[in-house]
Design a protein around this ligand. Structure first.
Ligand SMILES: [Zn+2]
Length: 698
């Protein structure tokens, strides 16, 4: 838990799918629900690491290299009607879903030959697919949870209910979990975080302007529609939705914005339990903790104390009837659409998919159920996936590349003219302590205590979420397990964790176009080499650099070096702040860490490639079979990582809430800063792909 612990490679699509919310980062699907003709029949293939069909050779590489490398993407890979975007990550993810689909269809065939994990993934998937059974049960499946809310006789009973909701992934008012202690990475502590919003971020409640006002109007309408489908009368629903919106707006006002949350010190306030109690007299925490099943603890991180003060006032000032309506809403909006009757599912998609990110059609049900199974049983499904899809040779070759990229950072640090020897020594120490995790965990997660029942879709989902909540909470007070992974093996992404000081590359991303064992080294370094450099650089971006090699938040920089770092980083803040999507400017501060990682990552990948090429005696001037020199191939591979087309609604959502820049800025934004790129393509000073003032941190 906590935004610091993970710096992934691509945008968080959980944000894009409000409705995908099974909490705890569960369902990966962006757009839920059934019945899309294109999505269902379209077949996705692996894209080659240099796809010449994507090139727009009429474009001038020195004017707009992105257009040169990716000019035909939109034509060849138009956005499917069930997606908010189309890019290389999406394409590979869809390909993986086909693989997982075939595994799950096999696992779903009941029979005594299935082992325990196969039974679980097969039955989870088959039950998710059984729309008729879900429809037949209707909202009665939700009744036990609704009864808990109806049974609230006074606000005094709120703590027990909120605790139960935490376990099943309903973050009403707040979030509760465990995290590595920022200042002592060897231990796990309890944490409470701000929560309780249904829109993606606080600004969605507060920004003025036509688009935001329209979304808010649609949101209130959506809340009303969902309540009606749960049985609230037409007459009551409108005023109830308005009251819920007012409550959430009050929470939004006291919430910390996404940019401030990137600063580790802003979200780290360890205090005795009595400290949280003093901030929130309206909520008796001694009634909350035991109901979560968490081990007893005496201190915890109150990530945003100001929020909790404000939340206390909201609870104190709101009448019980309104709180109960809010809880109904929070409950139903947190459930994946695949567990709900059709009308609720469709309404959830209509707002979260159609209105918020502009997707016309729901994904076919099988895709959503594959995503749901991956969310619930990621390492059981992942084990089967790895056996089928990930050869040991790919693991060995990826590890070798990671070592090359890490060695490049070592040489890079040594060569920096702005950093003192004292800081350099500690930076090198941190670099050597990075743990490299590739493919899948050494120890597979044990799901034996999770019951999956054929025919109980909602129950399966709630039990899976609760299983994961208990697993997370059981860590409190225990030593940290450094073997653990935060992404399932089929995931098309990668991440760095500052507290673990590790990089993690799931098997799912180690495929073409990003990694292809049969491709030229130049292309692999341009593609996956960049990803590796990106994740490693996260350890040294504005956020990561505040943690030492052991994962502790501890300032190891001399004041002078830190000041120089900040100056250099400001160049990147300014550069990306000039990009805009529609009428929305990118937030250079929010995206600083990712942009630093992209820039540093590309430099490292390039250096690693040169070292490898020197070792192999590659002639860098000689054109390969592709018609490009190896150096040009590195940059082409890199740029084709970012081939994309996004719907404007998604682009706007990401630009305002996500620490990653939209794909299309990630290519040119980096290359203008690299004179090596300009040289490789014969660009001249004054051309758009040559920065007047090149930024370089690492
Ligand atoms: Zn990143």
């Amino acid at each position: 838990m906590g935004p610091i612990s993970r710096c992934s490679f691509v945008v968080s699509l959980a944000v894009a799918g409000l409705m995908a919310a099974g909490s705890l980062g569960f369902s990966q699907s962006i757009a839920p629900a059934s019945g899309d003709p294109t999505g269902a029949s379209q077949s996705f293939k692996l894209i080659p690491s240099l796809d010449k069909d994507l090139l727009d050779t009429a474009a001038d590489p020195c004017v707009d290299f992105y257009r040169y490398a990716c000019g035909n993407w939109s034509k060849l890979h138009p956005i499917p009607s069930d997606s908010p975007y189309s890019d290389q990550f999406y394409n590979l993810d869809q390909y993986n879903r086909q693989v997982l689909h075939s595994i799950l269809e096999g696992a779903a065939v009941a029979g005594s030959a299935r082992d325990a994990n196969t039974q679980k993934i097969g039955d989870y998937y088959a039950t998710c697919m059984d729309e008729d059974a879900i429809q037949k049960k209707g909202v009665t499946a939700l009744q036990p949870e609704l009864d808990r809310i109806n049974g609230l006789a006074s606000k005094d009973q709120l703590p027990e209910l909120l605790a139960h909701f935490q376990l099943i992934g309903v973050n009403a008012f707040l979030g509760f979990g465990s995290q590595q202690d920022f200042k002592d990475a060897t231990r796990e502590i309890a944490v409470v975080t701000q929560g309780g919003l249904g829109l993606p971020e606080k600004d969605y409640y507060l920004r003025t302007g036509e688009k935001d006002e329209e979304i808010r109007k649609q949101y209130v309408q959506h809340i009303g529609n969902m309540l009606k489908l749960l049985g609230t009368s037409d007459a009551e629903a409108a005023s109830a939705a308005q009251a819920i919106m007012e409550l959430e707006t009050a929470l939004a006002k006291v919430s910390m914005d996404v940019t401030s949350q990137r600063e580790p010190h802003n979200i780290y306030h360890v205090m005795p339990n009595s400290g949280l109690q003093a901030l929130t007299p309206a909520l008796n925490w001694e009634r909350f903790y035991p109901k979560t099943g968490a081990p007893v603890f005496s201190e915890l991180n109150v990530a945003e104390p100001e929020f909790f003060k404000g939340m206390n006032a909201v609870i104190a000032d709101t009448d019980l009837a309104t709180i109960k309506l809010y809880l109904r809403w929070q409950l139903v909006q947190s459930l994946p659409g695949t567990t709900l009757p059709k009308a609720l599912d469709e309404e959830q998609f209509d707002f979260g998919g159609r209105k918020l990110v502009g997707v016309p059609e729901q994904e076919p049900r099988w895709k959503r159920c594959v995503g749901a199974t991956d969310g619930a049983l990621g390492e059981a499904l992942g084990k089967a996936y790895v056996e089928r899809q990930f050869p040991a040779s790919s693991k060995a070759q990826s590890l070798q590349m990671i070592h090359d990229v890490e060695a490049a950072l070592g040489r890079d640090i040594e060569s920096l003219d702005w950093m003192s020897p004292a800081t350099k020594k500690l930076a090198e120490e941190k670099l050597h302590l990075i743990a490299n995790k590739v493919g899948y965990p050494n120890q597979w997660r044990d799901y034996s205590k999770l019951t999956v029942e054929r025919g109980d879709a909602l129950g399966n989902n709630l039990r899976a979420v609760e299983f994961e909540s208990h697993r997370q909470l059981a860590k409190i007070g225990k030593p940290v397990n450094r073997d653990e992974w935060g992404m399932s093996p089929p995931t098309v992404n990668a991440y760095y964790s500052a507290s673990m000081n590790d990089i993690n590359f799931p098997a799912g991303v180690l495929q073409s176009p990003f990694f292809d064992p049969s491709s030229a080294a130049a292309l692999n370094y341009g593609h996956i080499g960049l990803f590796m450099g990106h994740e490693i650089t996260h350890g040294f971006d504005d956020q990561g650099r505040q943690f030492d090699g052991h994962g502790n938040l501890h300032d190891w920089w001399t004041k002078e070096d830190a000041d120089k770092f900040t100056q250099k980083a400001q160049c990147i803040v300014d550069e990306y702040s000039h990009f805009s999507v529609g009428d929305t400017k990118l937030n250079g501060k929010l995206t600083l860490g990712e942009n630093t990682a992209d820039n540093g990552g590309m430099r490292l990948a390039y250096m690693a490639f040169l070292a490898r090429a020197a070792e192999q005696g590659t002639d860098l001037e000689k054109k390969s079979a592709s018609g490009y020199t190896p150096v040009q191939e590195v940059f082409l591979g890199f740029a084709q990582d970012w081939c994309a087309e996004w719907r404007p609604e998604l682009e706007r959502l990401i630009a305002t809430t996500d620490p990653h820049s939209p794909d299309r800025f990630r290519a040119n934004g980096v290359l203008v800063n690299m004179p090596e790129f300009g040289k490789a393509f014969g660009c001249k000073a004054g051309q758009p792909m040559v920065a007047v003032k090149a930024c370089r941190v690492w």
